[in-house]
Structure formats: C-alpha cells, structure tokens
Ligand binder design. Structure first.
Ligand SMILES: Nc1ncnc2c1ncn2[C@@H]1O[C@H](COP(=O)(O)OP(=O)(O)OP(=O)(O)O)[C@@H](O)[C@H]1O
Ligand SMILES: [Mg+2]
Length: 652
C-alpha cells in the first residue's frame, strides 16, 4: 500500500490531453499555476482521473515546459499595442497565461495493464513518492537492503535521498559507472571520491569485502584521500541526510614508481611527512614479460615476435637454460636476459650458423630484445634491469581499503604497462577468489585516453572492454571518468549500467549519443551548477538530477599547497630515508656510512632485497647484501655486459 500521509493533499496541477498532445503510457502533459515550484527535473505524482482509474497512480519527471496565452499569433499583440512595447504593458486587461509541462513516466502503479496516463490531479512528490517513483523500494527496505546513497533529489523544497542498487553498481545483475562532463565544473573526480566513500560505508554486509584501486593519472588529484578536506555547513547537512559519515578514507595505500635515479619516488606526494606512506612500485623481467603484448601491439602485431616471447616465458625465464653454444643461463632479470641475447648473437656469429636460432629468426630476436630493452629504458624507475620487484599486496587486499597507483608522471608506455598488469592481476585473483576481497572498484580517470572511440585496438583497450563486458560476474567494476563520452569506446561506456553526467559541453550534447534527452534537459545539463549531477541507473526509467556534497577528502590542489612536494633528495639521503622508513630504529647516518663509496646499482639492489625480505635486523642484512667494500667479481661481470643499446633491426 502506498503511504501518502506525507503527501500534500492540494494538487499543484492537472493532466491535460488534447488530440494534438494526448497522454500516452510513457508521457503526459499537465498545467500548473504560473507561480509554481515545478521545474525541469521535478518528480510529480498523478492520481485518480476519471472513473475506473481511481486506484491508478503515475509518477513522472518533468522534461519540458511551455508558457502560453490565448493569442493566436504574435501579430495580435503587436497591433493591440500599436507597435509600442511600452504600451503593451499598460493594457487594461492582462492576458491569461498558462504553464504547460511535459513529463516522462517513471512508474505506473499498478504496472499492468500498461495504459495512458489518466487525466488526474498532479502533486509534488514526497520522500516516499521519490522512493516509489525510482523503484528504490525494492532495494531500500527488506531483509537485505542493497542501497548506496548517491545524492539528494531537490525540488519544490524537498530533499530526498536517492540510492543506487549495489547489485546493479558492483554486480552481479549489472555493473560499472561512467561519469562525464567538462573540466572543472562537472566535479567528476569529486563525485567518484564521494561515491566511493558512500559505497564503502553502505556496501551490504552480505556482499562481503570491497576495495578500490584508483589510478592517479592527473597531477596530485587522488594523493590525499586520507586527509580531511574543507566542508561547508550545507555539505554536512547533505551528508547527514544521506546518512554518510563525512570522513576521509582510513585505509589508503599509495604506490608510485621511482624516478630514473631508482631511489626518489615519482610522485607529488613527496612531502617529508607523507612520503613514508608511499610504497615503491618496481617490476622486473618476470612481471613484465607476460605483458609484452602491451609493448608490441603499439606498432605491429607480430606472430613471430609473440612466439619468441612465449618461448622466453615458457622455456627460459626462471629455468636452467642451455643456449646451444655451451652457455648455461638462469634468467631472472633484464640483465640476465641481455647476457643470453649476447651469447646467442655471438654464438651465431662465431659458429657461422646463419640466421636461425631454435627456429627463431635473428631479426625477430633482435626486435624482441629492442622492445624489451626499450621498456627498461623508457620506464626506468618502474622497470628494473636487475634487483627485486616491489608490488601490490596480491592476495592480501584489505576490506574497505583504497589502493592509489600514482602514474601521473609515468611515460605512456609505462602507464599502459601498469594498467595492463594491475587490472589483469586483479582479474586473475578475483577469478580464483584469492585476492583478499570479494569486489574491487577500479577508478580510471581520463578514460578517453585508455579506451578511445577510435584508434588502434591496444592491449589496454581490449582489457577495459573485457572488464566492461565480463567484470560484473567477477566483482571487478570499472568507475570511468572522461570529459567527452563520445570519445570513449562505445562498448566501454555502453556497458556502464550507471551513467552520471555533470555540466556538459553543448557541442558534445549535439552528438548522437544524447538524442534521447529532451531539449530542456539538454539545456539544464549544459548549465548545471557544480555539485549537481544527472543520473541514469537501471531502476530509474528516466534520468534524475541530484545534488551531492563535496567529498570529505583533501583536494589534490589543496594538498600540494599544504604539503608542498619535496625536492629530490641526494642519493644517500633518499636511501637513508627508505631504510629508516622500513625500520625507524635505524639512524640515517648509519645508513649513509654503510653505503658511502658504493656503486649506486649495488645499493639499489641491496635496498630492494631488504625491502622485500623485511628482516628483523635490517642494517645487518643490508651490510651483508652489499657484500665486501670492493667487489671486483661483480665489477668485472658488469663490465662484460654492455648497456642495452638498441641494435638496428634488419628487415625479415
Ligand atoms: N559537491 C560539490 N559542491 C560544490 N563544489 C564542488 C562539489 N564537488 C566538487 N566541487 C568543486 O568543483 C571543482 C571541480 O571538481 P573536480 O576536480 O572533481 O572536477 P573534474 O570534473 O574532475 O575536473 P577535471 O576534468 O579537470 O578533472 C573543485 O574545485 C571542487 O572543489
Ligand atoms: Mg578530475
């Protein structure tokens, strides 16, 4: 039974239907007094009507408005005022003016039989009406509610919370969210930050654990999610109404690659007080090799190179391998691999055995060597030639934690590699159900860069398509943001069950993707104030406008003002800081004394090893790892391996 106790008994309008403008099952027109609180986006309730329709209730959302007088043509008004606008105002009788509105049907009760909207009274919706109109009653109440607050519907003095259904946001019924709108005014990043907070607080307990992985691709955008931001009284009121606590995220883990020096982190969160919480992201050969396709498909998809990479991955890396010329190899790092390549080239040359090694043409081998060498050169700091890797805590993801991966300053090739590997690993672990959490929301800003509507089929694009199409079964959910939806691959945006729009660009609204919106709705979208959004969600049959509060976290821009990024530290200091972070009992000078006069590469390797091992006595282990002060063996060995200079490729 519908609770109408809170509804206003006095109608604000009445449905009209004419031969030209009849009411249909999905649209109707109504008139109101000229003074009315109805506006575009307002939700209304139609009741009653003629006999036989007494019990029918229809909810609609206003999509357009018109004002009329009884004039048949503007000419009559002009002649009546003798062509003088000043006299028109002084006419002895004011012309009757009406307000006519068009509304799209949100819900009919009962739903069957589906009939045209009756000519009934129109009322402004109450809180309960909004819940019914948007079909939120199904997931808002009951034994296992799945409602996630997303914003407030505000119209006619009402402030009703609007909820998304977690089953349709995170799966399994439907999934993914896409938000678009112009830079700065659409509040895309802010809206996602707010929504992630609301999702963490309201994700239903029976759905298990959830985490978020956010790629920071722009400046300091997402680097202060664990710090409180400035909120206004109005924001706090909205939080209270939505029953969301306005607190920053309490479990945020930051990851950033090193800069080319291998010891200073490549992030704007480098202020002395905060950089301690940033974990290095460093990958070696074994991590990168599986994603070699990312590197190859940029200019050519090549079955021969693919086959050779597969051969390396399956038969060579992490195995005892004999190169056919008497050399034994244990390939673990890029440097080991380079040694193998050298002995293959030398072996072929010395033996005069032509151009084929183990069925692979020398040109293919050179090409793969160059591509792989290219990664460790271009992504220096992310990809290490030797030395151990440092990675996300696969298998130990924590409930309600946010993992921020800062790739804002990484070369596009490195960014692709980071995306490809992290998303593929998430997928792999979620498939095996051993990630540590049951669902992950992956936030990708600037989606147009990674899944563009046109351009080559890159590995990253294929992967984003794959999540969009299959992620909901796994609990792998994409939260994507971009300025122009039309520039993102159709199937990536099309598969997002929840679509959010902030202030839109008028040119963008003229593209075919927005044809379903009424002209008035488009105008509202093009002039939307900050903090207001338009939502489409599977339960809502029409787009709905909501307001949301500022996110409870420090804006990136304010963060770098409050915590200015530190200058890069000299090598010794940067190492000392990393060690003291791992073990606060160690004094920086002890570390500096220990590493004084050592080869930087050796220090980086030793530091990587202690970072991975986390031994009880860190300083002693570091000393042992560094070995004797003079390491002639190592020095000679290094000298034998020339740097990874690209060798010109020969045509096949
Ligand atoms: N709910 C809100 N109410 C009022 N102002 C807000 C609200 N949310 C965010 N803002 C403000 O709007 C501005 C832009 O927000 P945001 O950076 O999220 O936009 P964006 O769409 O991500 O922009 P860009 O495309 O440049 O990344 C910020 O200065 C922010 O403080
Ligand atoms: Mg943004």
């Amino acid at each position: 039974m519908i609770d109408r106790s809170a509804s206003d008994p006095v109608p604000i309008g009445r449905v009209v239907a004419t031969e030209q403008k009849p009411a249909t099952p999905h649209q109707f027109h109504f008139w109101t007094a000229t003074e009315t609180s109805v506006g575009i986006g307002a939700i209304v309730r139609v009741e009653g009507g003629g006999t036989g329709d007494g019990g029918r209730v229809v909810f609609g959302v206003v999509t357009d408005g018109f004002a009329y007088s009884d004039l048949a043509s503007p000419l009559h008004d002009v002649i009546g005022a003798e062509g003088d606008p000043a006299r028109a105002a002084g006419a002895p009788t004011a012309r009757a003016e009406i307000r006519l509105w068009t509304a799209a049907v949100l819900r009919q009760m009962p739903e069957e039989p589906l009939q045209p909207v009756p000519l009934g009274d129109v009322h402004m919706a109450s809180d309960a009406d909004v819940a019914l109109a948007l079909r939120m009653d199904a997931y808002l109440h009951g034994a296992r509610p799945t409602a996630i607050p997303v914003g407030l519907y505000t119209s006619g003095g009402l402030e009703s919370p609007v909820y998304l259904d977690a089953d349709f946001l995170v799966g399994p019924e439907a999934a993914h969210l896409n938000i678009s709108g112009v830079s700065g005014l659409a509040t895309k990043t802010s809206a996602v930050e707010f929504l992630l907070g609301a999702l963490f607080q309201h994700f239903p307990p029976h759905r298990g654990k959830i985490a978020a992985v956010c790629f920071n691709v722009k400046g300091p955008d997402l680097l202060f999610l664990d710090h409180a931001g400035a909120l206004e009284e109005e924001d706090r009121r909205r939080y209270a109404r939505l029953r969301v606590d306005p607190v920053p995220f309490d479990r945020v883990r930051y990851y950033a690659p090193f800069k080319a020096d291998g010891v200073n982190l490549n992030t704007l969160r480098s202020h002395g007080e905060l950089v301690g919480a940033v974990e290095p992201l460093v990958w070696g050969l074994t991590e990168v090799l599986d994603f070699a396709e990312v590197l190859l498909n940029r200019d050519d998809i090549d079955a021969k190179a693919d086959a050779f990479i597969d051969f390396l991955a399956d038969r060579v890396v992490r195995r005892d391998f004999e190169d056919g010329f008497g050399g034994q190899h244990q390939v673990e790092t890029f440097a080991d691999l380079e040694r193998l390549f050298r002995s293959i080239f030398d072996g072929l040359e010395n033996a005069g055995r032509g151009d084929i090694w183990r069925t692979h043409h020398i040109a293919t081998i050179r090409k793969v060597r160059n591509r792989l060498g290219n990664v460790s050169t271009r992504c220096k700091g992310l990809v290490t030639d030797d030395g151990p890797s440092s990675d996300l805590p696969w298998g130990r993801f924590e409930d309600r934690a946010v993992y921020v991966i800062d790739v804002a300053n990484v070369d596009p090739l490195g960014q692709d590699l980071v995306f490809a590997r992290i998303v593929s690993k998430l997928r792999e672990h979620l498939e095996r159900r051993d990630l540590g959490v049951d669902a992950v929301a992956v936030f990708v800003d600037e989606l147009n860069k990674y899944a563009p509507a046109d351009g080559a089929e890159t590995y990253v694009k294929k992967m984003l398509l794959d999540i969009s199409e299959r992620g909901r079964y796994l609990g792998l959910v994409l939260f994507g943001a971009e300025q122009f939806r039309s520039q993102v691959h159709r199937r990536v945006v099309g598969n997002a069950a929840t679509q959010v729009f902030g202030r839109m660009d008028a040119d963008e609204l003229a593209t075919p993707g927005y044809q379903v919106l009424s002209p008035a709705t488009k105008i509202k979208l093009a002039t939307l104030p900050v903090g207001e959004l338009m939502l489409r969600h599977p339960h809502f049959t029409q787009p709905i406008f909501v307001r949301f509060p500022r996110p409870p976290v420090l804006r990136g821009r304010d963060g770098v003002e409050r915590y200015p990024p530190a200058q890069d530290l000299p090598f010794e200091d940067a190492v000392a800081r990393q060690v003291t972070r791992l073990d606060p009992g160690v004094r920086p000078n002890q570390v500096k004394d220990l590493i004084a006069g050592r080869e930087e590469a050796d220090v980086r390797r030793a530091l990587g090893a202690v970072r991975r091992e986390r031994p009880a006595d860190l300083l002693a282990t570091l000393r042992r790892r560094l070995g004797g002060r003079v390491a002639p063996e190592a020095a000679r060995e290094r000298a034998a391996v020339p740097p990874l200079n690209p060798i010109p490729e020969e045509p096949y």
